[in-house]
Ligand binder design. Sequence first.
Ligand SMILES: *Cc1c(COP(=O)(O)O)cnc(C)c1O
Length: 452
Amino acid sequence: MNDKEARLRSLPSVDSLLAQSPIQTLIDSHSRDLVIDSIRQTLDSARQAILASRPIDTDVCALMQLIEQRLRDTTRPSLMPVVNATGVIIHTNLGRAVLSTAARQAMLAAARSYNNLEFDLDTGKRGSRLTHAGQLLRELTGAEDALVVNNNASALILILSALAKDGEVVISRGQLVEIGGGFRIPAIMQESGAHLVEVGTTNRTRIADFAAALSERTAMLLRVHASNFKQVGFVEQPPLSELAGLAQERGVLAVDDLGSGTLLDTAPFGLEREPTIQESVAAGADLVCFSGDKLLGGPQAGIIVGRAGAIEGLKRHPLARALRVDKLTYAALIATLQHYRRGEAVECIPVWQMISSSLDDLRKRARTLSAAVGGTVIEGESTVGGGSLPGATLPTTLLAIDCDVPDMLTARLRQANPPVIARIADGRVLLDPRTVLPEQDEALLQALRSSI
Ligand SMILES: *Cc1c(COP(=O)(O)O)cnc(C)c1O
């Protein structure tokens, strides 16, 4: 009998492991089936390790630890908090906007008690959930009415299905964009039963191009924000006010998909100027739609503001029911919008706190990390991300860690608890304190200590 066979034979049986006393605690806190699965899988990989001559400790104690670890891995929720050290503020893969304290508390309050989601407290009769956030959105954007749906993609689908089905939608060739995840404007147009009419060229479209394309079949002129790319050089698009003027003159709708959508001017933060939601409303767009969890800094939602008649048409469409949002979303959205009403958005909403972090503060945090774990403090750039302000960056201070295999360090950081997500550039691992929540600084430090 060779050594491998001897080691294989020495492995304990499932039953003998089940008889170990700590196992009962595991069965109590998980379930017997899960524990047995975990024992079987642990023994399987031990066998494979022995056959492949990989080092493995096969005494009962070591195996018990592996079993426990495996159980922890399989039973923990798949969605968990992570530390975003990438410097991308609105990171779609990492859940976009982090909510303000007030928004989190509002969600908790809505979750733990009954509420008046669809109940009119004045009349004691059934109310409409669609009225929530309406007053705030009217006030903040200057629009006549508003509607909140699942996300901005569904806002677009609802607008096209309800108001342009079987009609023509005129759009500039420069704005036939793919937003991400395969979500393409021409495809949703087709899905909604609207006919796409492209005008102008990739780089230049004039108001005369729109005017020439209008016919009795035209339902809508659509402007889509080029969120995730940038055209420079010989480029031209008509201002929204001209589009809206033309639409009104010819009795069709002007719709503006702002993508991110911001209530605050981005210029004072050293960023390029994004058109604000209020400006689009004032320019005369019949409908303006944008995301709740990009620059607005709230929960995932698609927010549509505009003329009362057009919003009414959306509310009556059957899709509005399918795309509606739940009480938790309303709670978080209302609390987020209240920050804007009170003029405290920059101080209270994490997206704006991160955008407005001072270089001094970022440098201090990078130096604290470096003092504890080594690495070099260097100048770098953060980005806003999330399909807003393409190409725009904010100067930041980074902790750069040199190592032989940067991929291995980032993989170890991802295994930390909570996982840390970093980026690699020029063969180094870079960590940007701008997107690390201050209360996660300690967790980041721990993860770095045990990973470097
Ligand atoms: C991000 C974006 C969308 C999609 O918004 P979601 O809220 O992610 O559905 C639609 N249009 C534009 C221009 C965008 O930037």
